[in-house]
Write a protein that binds this ligand. Structure first.
Ligand SMILES: Cc1cc2nc3c(=O)[nH]c(=O)nc-3n(C[C@H](O)[C@H](O)[C@H](O)COP(=O)(O)OP(=O)(O)OC[C@H]3O[C@@H](n4cnc5c(N)ncnc54)[C@H](O)[C@@H]3O)c2cc1C
Length: 416
């Protein structure tokens, strides 16, 4: 079968890898000059089963309304975006009940564990260098209430395979000595030993090269213009480089998936949610953390990636704009400096890369993997804040479904 994968982000590239493995003839269409250049470029870098909780969770819809228009909001909905997002917002609210939240968490966890295993297998098989590190991730909490809430909420995932150990403030400082100056002010932390980190862009490019060696064709600098159908089935894609016939098309366009499929009458509920990251050389930061740290109170992640440090965070619903807002970058830097006080002395703005990307967020907080009502038109998109974590597993599940095998994990159903 001739399969065209649309989009060479980490999800599209992993899809191409696994479709090739089941014998499909695969071509990937990507508008950029290389793989992994959009949201898969500068994300937080964490493979985190520890973050499988969707943003659609009890209390969140009310919080978003309370935070409306507030520049320092953890999840900022800009007034101008409301007319475009209200329908998606209602679906988000409907998925924020305790029962839905729990189901969606469990689905994400199962996929995250399969994905971690798949990533480790690919790493061993293809030998991709992407600054991978497997020392786990430490989440820190400043209030007992927040720590207890997190422990209880994640506790129900422990029997399903989520491993973590609780630490007091001093224990956090033992695991990551850079936290020693604030160790006594912390309520405690949770260490997730199986979480990993790595450069998603480097992995995606390495995987694309390995897939190309196995016969996958990548057509870079080629933009999708339309998907052609006849009698309810996909027949071809039209691109800036001409018409390409296809028996099957997989839309893995991240936040742009909905736009691409709208012309076919499909309503794909994916909302772009902008986040920012700041990447700089470890350089002279003698006491830089060696352990990735997620700060639950100040809402940022600080992650060593090889010889660099990346700080990421922020969530802003503001359409498809990918300018890193200075206010949001400064807020993240200020928060990180409250936790790691010597960061202020070593941070050199002229050496830092300020970046923004669009998380493709669904109302359920779970990805859409499966066939649409147009025969032969598949989706693998909507991975929200978990695309790096879930990509390899999602590619694998997609290939299983394409070859009419059970997915191996319980997927949250969708229809479009
Ligand atoms: C600040 C931030 C931090 C994050 N941190 C983490 C993290 O620590 N861990 C984690 O698991 N996830 C994280 N994420 C989420 C993760 O980065 C995304 O979920 C993931 O990158 C999505 O991958 P994708 O392949 O679906 O989309 P993308 O990487 O956006 O790929 C889509 C591709 O489609 C291409 N495309 C779009 N339209 C067209 C067209 N018309 N024609 C041709 N090509 C087209 C684009 O060029 C792009 O390459 C973070 C995201 C952000 C913004």
């Amino acid at each position: 079968m001739t399969t065209i994968v649309l989009g060479a982000g980490v999800v599209g590239t992993a899809s191409a890898w696994y479709l090739n493995a089941i014998g499909e003839d695969v071509t990937v269409i990507e508008r950029r000059d290389a793989a992994g250049m959009e949201t898969s470029w500068g994300n937080g870098g964490v493979i985190h089963a520890s973050e499988v909780e969707p943003w659609s969770q009890p209390g969140m819809p009310r919080n978003i309304l309370r935070w409306l228009g507030r520049e320092d909001a953890p999840l900022l909905l800009r007034y101008g975006a409301i007319p475009r997002v209200w329908r998606w917002g209602l679906r988000f609210a409907r998925n924020s009940t305790p029962a839905r939240f729990r189901r969606n968490c469990e689905a994400n966890l199962a996929l995250a564990l399969l994905s971690l295993q798949s990533l480790q297998e690919i790493r061993a098989e293809a030998g991709i260098a992407y600054d991978a590190a497997s020392s786990g991730v430490l989440k820190i909490y400043r209030s007992n209430e927040a720590l207890e809430r997190a422990t209880a909420s994640l506790g129900h995932l422990a029997p399903l395979g989520l491993q973590f150990s609780p630490l007091d403030g001093r224990g956090c400082a033992r695991v990551e000595p850079a936290l020693a100056p604030i160790g006594d002010t912390l309520a405690g932390g949770l260490h997730f030993p199986r979480d990993e980190v790595g450069d998603c862009n480097a992995f995606t490019q390495g995987l694309a090269a390995a897939a190309a060696d196995r016969g996958v064709r990548f057509r870079f600098a080629t933009t999708l213009e339309a998907i052609e159908t006849a009698q309810g089935r996909v027949t071809a894609v039209h691109t800036s480089a001409g018409r390409l016939p296809a028996d099957r098309v997989v839309a893995a366009l991240g936040s742009y998936t909905g736009r691409a499929l709208r012309a076919l009458g499909l309503d794909v509920p994916i909302q772009p949610v902008k986040g920012v990251s700041i990447t700089f050389p470890r350089g002279d930061w003698a006491r830089a953390p060696a352990m990735p740290v997620i700060d639950d109170s100040y809402l940022f992640g600080l992650v060593p990636i090889g010889k660099r440090i990346r700080i990421s965070g922020s969530a802003e619903i503001t359409g498809f704009d990918v300018t890193p807002a200075d206010s949001r970058c400064q807020a993240i830097l200020a928060n990180a400096t409250r936790t790691f006080q010597d960061l202020g002395q070593v941070f050199d703005r002229s050496k830092a890369i300020f970046w923004a990307g669009l998380r493709p967020v669904t109302p359920t907080g779970t990805p859409l993997i499966g066939e649409t009502r147009i025969k032969g038109l598949w989706i693998n998109a909507g991975h929200g804040h978990l695309g790096w974590t879930l990509a390899c597993g999602s590619g694998r599940v997609l290939a299983r479904l394409v070859s009419a095998r059970p997915p191996g994990v319980a997927l949250v159903p969708f229809s479009c």
